[in-house]
Design a protein around this ligand. Structure first.
Ligand code: SAH
Ligand code: SF4
Length: 372
């Protein structure tokens, strides 16, 4: 039996076979050459996402020859948890080994205010979308080791499944703020989101899924045209090109004007507010002038602002501003009536979680894994 390449054309690096958890229900239904009744697709998704088995063999209500055929056509990957850092009720980091030995991390953040959903009683997973990152923001640990490859849809979905299995907890909020730039892997990320969101998949509401981008303007427009009501967060981190150019190389390609007009397009298409993430870095982007200009941008787009005190990265020269200076920055936004929050937790908990997954522990973990 042939593989149906016309059905699935997303990027699969080095993969001989497409993984079954990278397929959507309609694609499973189109496996017409298997000559199966259409309810077979729902049986398969039920085994994958409700009962969560690890092999085709376990799908016992499918005919034996169909199970064998599926095994021939599709891969059935599983990502292994190599290490867990942290304990219940705190932020936990999970280190995964992928089938090609790449290592990625996800973070589970327990219920906490001031994250990206509206309510505070959420368990949030911060997922990775790439191995490494090619965008090289000057302050970020993920970019330090360069880019190796995009994650496939199943590798994104499996981060959530593996963590739910390990912890026994149901996840209700997903943020795409781990390693990598989600919009540089747009096809695989949107496919993963459809699986995460679908009632036949993980069933997590689109409004509880937030994608964060460093500012890939054309892809923001593309995402705006997708029929998905997910939330979008923009890593702005500077209110002028001068500041942004210094710390985010992407700004030389898509400057603030181009970025904001793409954001404008997104908010108009989706009729929803977006969030500006703004890391406060001492002496770089924390002046009163930047605060006023940031307020202007936020007002123009009716955006919310999340201020995040910078978490120091070993080997990089940046640091967070003093507590007073952080509060001053926040008070300027508030005085301008911009909805804004400041994460006040210490560096090693929530702040440290998202967006700097390789931080502190990454090299040490590589070492430990190599030695074990
Ligand atoms: N590539 C995407 C998503 C991953 S980064 C993006 O850049 O938006 C997720 C967030 O973590 C971004 O806002 C990023 O700027 C932030 N981040 C990266 N390094 C950080 C650090 N050392 N301290 C605080 N936030 C950081
Ligand atoms: Fe990549 Fe985002 Fe880090 Fe920039 S901040 S290097 S885009 S992961």
């Amino acid at each position: 039996m042939k593989r149906p390449p016309a059905l699935v054309s997303f990027e699969v690096a080095n993969a001989a076979k497409i993984d079954i958890k990278s397929l959507e229900l309609n694609e499973l239904q189109k496996l017409a050459d298997l000559r199966q009744p259409s309810y077979r697709a729902r049986q398969i998704t039920d085994w994958l996402y409700t009962r969560r088995v690890d092999s085709f063999e376990e799908m016992t209500d499918l005919p034996r020859d169909l199970r064998a055929e599926l095994g021939k056509q599709f891969a059935f990957g599983k990502i292994d948890i190599v290490r867990v850092l942290g304990s219940r009720d705190t932020t936990r980091k999970f280190l995964f080994r992928l089938s090609d030995e790449s290592l990625i991390e996800s973070v589970l953040i327990p219920a906490s205010p001031a994250l990206y959903g509206e309510k505070s009683d959420r368990r949030t997973i911060c997922v990775s979308t790439q191995v490494g990152c090619a965008y090289g923001c000057k302050f970020c640990a993920s970019g330090l080791e360069g880019f190796s490859r995009n994650l496939r849809p199943n590798e994104i979905v499996d981060q959530i499944i593996a963590i739910e299995r390990e912890t026994g907890e149901k996840i209700d909020n997903i943020v795409f703020m781990g390693m990598g730039e989600p919009l540089a892997n747009l096809d695989n990320v949107t496919r993963a989101i459809r699986i995460i969101n679908a009632p036949w998949g993980l069933g997590i509401g689109a409004r509880r899924i937030t994608v964060s981008t460093s500012g890939l303007a054309p892809q923001i427009r593309k995402l705006a045209d997708e029929p998905l009501q997910i939330r979008l967060a923009i890593s702005l981190h500077g209110a002028t090109d001068e500041v942004r150019d210094q710390i985010m190389p992407i700004n030389r390609k898509y400057n603030i004007d181009m970025l904001l007009s793409a954001c404008d397009y997104y908010t108009k298409r989706k009729k929803q507010r977006l969030t500006f993430e703004y890391i406060l870095i001492a002496g770089v982007n924390d002046t009163e002038e930047q605060a006023h200009l940031l307020a202007r941008h936020a007002r123009r787009l009716s955006a919310k602002v999340n201020l995040i005190p910078y978490n120091a990265v070993e080997g990089l020269p940046w640091s967070r501003p003093s507590h007073n200076r952080q509060e001053k920055f926040l008070s300027i936004l508030r005085a301008e009536e911009i909805p804004a929050t400041l994460r006040r937790e210490k560096g090693h908990d929530i702040d440290a979680a998202c967006g700097q997954l390789r931080l502190q522990t990454r090299r040490e973990e590589f070492e430990l894994v190599r030695r074990s």
